[in-house]
Ligand binder design. Sequence first.
Ligand SMILES: Nc1ncnc2c1ncn2[C@@H]1O[C@H](COP(=O)(O)OP(=O)(O)OP(=O)(O)O)[C@@H](O)[C@H]1O
Length: 291
Amino acid sequence: MSTAIESVVDSTAAAVRARALGKRYRAKWALRDCTFELPAGRVAALVGANGAGKTTLMSVLAGLLDADEGSAGAAGRVAFVSQEKPVYRNFSAADMLRLGARLNVVWDEARARRWLARFEIPLDRSCGKLSGGQQAQVAFALAIGSRPDVLMLDEPLANLDPLARREVTAELLGEVDETGMTVLLSTHVVAELSGVADYLLLLAHGRLLAGGDLDELLGRHVSYTGPRSDVPPALGQVVEARHTDRQSTFLVELPEGQPRPVVAGPWVERAPTLEDYVLAQLEATRKGVRA
Ligand SMILES: Nc1ncnc2c1ncn2[C@@H]1O[C@H](COP(=O)(O)OP(=O)(O)OP(=O)(O)O)[C@@H](O)[C@H]1O
């Protein structure tokens, strides 16, 4: 089947696009029938269990892997920071910046240096002598310096301490505001993306389980807690049901196009967080409730 990584510089607002995208390693499909459009200027969280296909998807979108089915494209310049945090051990951060300046058609030295200064990364120490988190910051600075239209980060928070995670996500949002770039980042640290990501791509077993605007997605779901019951107090698809002896909690996807149900006490309803939603979907997938 023919495959194309195309440049999607056209009048539509999609920054990243995949159509029926599939990738297999030998006989095993790691990604299948993946179709989505990520609008420009969004910060999208790519989440899924270990082995769900996140790295494979990003690698195909970045053009590092050829797809076996379908097509994918990204608008403009793409920067991809892989999980391995690619820096040369014998190069200092300053050397890496010089390399960035040579390798990239567009290069914003001030922006890259600002990132390193923000995280207090020494410019003259060889990268091999930096911590894993500091090496990650050098890789981020290089990516930011290349002024990408689409920035893809595979597990950017993995090596960072909790404070650095918060600072990196805040800085990324600042970059998005300033430059209008689109960010796609994979992560297992879903809770820390609250208020950062505004778009979600949820992968399970290589397929896209859910995708779309986060507010819209979460707005269609309600979490109900009340007395022990086999059924929720409102109609809808039960994504997750949890019970203790006395209490039940349901995460329910409300039917489309119908007024929001009014639920009487003792049931208490609340809006699910991104973490509630993702964990419930992953749990349902693991139990085989969903695909
Ligand atoms: N080079 C490879 N050769 C063979 N199989 C691979 C290769 N890379 C990944 N896979 C398989 O493809 C599937 C998807 O892997 P991928 O690394 O994309 O998942 P992931 O969601 O990024 O996982 P994690 O969260 O653990 O990083 C897995 O079943 C994995 O074992």
